[in-house]
Design a protein around this ligand. Structure first.
Ligand SMILES: NC(=O)c1ccc[n+]([C@@H]2O[C@H](COP(=O)([O-])OP(=O)(O)OC[C@H]3O[C@@H](n4cnc5c(N)ncnc54)[C@H](O)[C@@H]3O)[C@@H](O)[C@H]2O)c1
Length: 403
């Protein structure tokens, strides 16, 4: 496995490093002048931390450690409060830094704490999930959840470096790898056809954490995100294309009470978007077939249960890409030719849903066990999950969600 670096060319550019053994070299990514670090980490990935701390202390850094709850539980105000307290006790100043080691939940929290402490201190992100590496840890969106919904409180704060150390993926359950692959395929579909070629060259091999194919995929997906973020750092325009598949995907997540993994829901959402694009005469049907084959090849779902439109539709009307009462949807004309369309008629969307829910032979998809995912509905019931017969208005406070 070789290493590579991608620059995110925002106001203060930073590097995203991809490859093996990167955590061991974390000291090389600490900004000049920073001598004290607080590491916020998910205990599930605590294995490499003692050696890392020894190494950093050996290099003269003062290191503080804070274990945070695994998964979505990390993104709670009381966890941020605990981090602020520790930073206060250790008298952290603006030249001291924070390190986030964990999946997207941990890096979202670490970014939020770094953004808010003294109005902003440096943060180095070391994502440990595939989703974190290609999506959550890059781009400077940080957020925590509230009782009213997911990602409702947050701020843009770019990291000073992102270390995608492939070694840490060795312990990641295969379902999480598969889920992360959905965001990689999305990056391929909206911007980089080369990603799709790499996956075709060995779909199962790409799920091997030690595979050079995976290194290449992470590098390319990071490059897509870096490019879009550099052009649109605060999500005011082009960044919308990264939401391909997310409108229907978020609706599935909400209807399923968040037991579906994010990437799995986005995979079905991309097939849904392709069905819409074909029906709107925007996309050649062969590309819809490619969606299905590619997603299936890595083990992602391509269909969803029938009979749920009455719940999915209100959730889609509340999607964060909507502006006021104007509904927006990202579609593809072709690979690497995304466009944002407005107010697609409900009838067409319903037909696309029927097509997605009618794939012959589709087995029910394995979801997260409740024990793996302790927040029953982190988006908050009152905001996002209407009862079956709800005729909710098309705008709500939930529309302002940040990520
Ligand atoms: N800021 C952004 O731009 C952005 C983008 C996408 C998603 N997100 C956020 O990211 C979060 C989801 O990220 P995620 O899927 O990485 O979830 P996660 O952090 O919740 O991790 C998923 C599970 O994998 C475990 N895990 C993490 N690394 C592991 C490893 N190496 N080995 C074994 N287990 C490991 C975690 O403990 C958890 O149980 C959501 O909160 C979402 O809102 C943010």
């Amino acid at each position: 496995m070789s290493r590579s670096q991608i620059t995110v060319a925002v106001e203060q550019p930073y590097e995203v490093a991809v490859g093996p053994d990167l955590l061991a070299d974390l000291d090389q990514f600490v900004p000049e002048g920073t001598k004290r670090l607080m590491i916020l980490f998910d205990p599930v990935v605590a294995g490499p931390i003692p050696a890392l701390v020894d190494e950093l202390r050996g290099d003269g850094f003062e290191v503080h450690l804070l274990a945070v709850p695994s998964g979505e539980e990390a993104k709670r105000i009381n966890v941020a409060q605990a981090a602020w307290q520790r930073l206060g006790e250790a008298a952290f100043t603006r030249t001291d830094g924070i390190v986030g080691i964990g999946g997207g939940s941990t890096t979202d929290l670490a970014g939020f704490v770094a953004a808010t402490w003294l109005r902003g201190v440096p943060v180095i992100q070391a994502p440990t999930t595939l989703l974190g590496m290609v999506d959550a840890a890059i781009g400077g969106k940080t957020a925590i959840n509230t009782d009213e919904g997911k990602n409702l409180v947050g701020v843009f704060h770019q990291p000073t470096a992102v270390l995608c150390d492939q070694n840490v993926l060795q312990s990641l359950p295969v379902e999480e790898m598969v889920s992360g692959m959905a965001e990689i395929i999305k990056a391929g579909l909206v911007a980089d056809p080369g990603i799709l070629d790499v996956i075709w060259s060995g779909p199962q091999e790409t799920l091997n954490p030690a595979s050079p194919l995976l290194t290449e995929l992470i590098r390319r997906a990071v490059a897509v995100k870096a490019d879009v973020v550099a052009e649109d750092p605060v999500d005011a325009g082009r960044r919308a294309i990264l939401n391909y598949g997310h409108t229907f995907g978020h609706a599935i997540e909400q209807v399923e009470g968040f037991r579906w993994r994010h990437g799995d829901a986005v995979a079905v959402g991309m097939v849904f978007a392709a069905e819409v694009a074909v029906r709107a005469d925007l996309m050649d049907p062969s590309l819809l077939g490619l969606h299905r084959e590619l997603l299936s090849a890595v083990g992602l779902p391509i269909s969803y249960s029938s009979g749920r439109w009455e719940r999915l539709w209100p959730a889609m009307r509340r999607d964060k890409k909507n502006q006021g009462k104007t509904r927006r949807l990202v579609l593809l004309e072709d690979v690497a030719k995304p466009l944002v369309v407005r107010d697609v008629p409900e009838e067409l969307l319903r037909e696309a849903y029927q097509a997605v829910s009618a794939v012959p032979g589709a087995a029910p998809y394995p979801v997260r066990a409740a024990a793996d995912y302790s927040l029953e509905n982190p988006y908050g019931t009152p905001v996002y999950v209407p009862p079956l017969d709800d005729d909710a208005p098309s705008t709500s406070s939930g529309e302002e969600a940040l990520t």
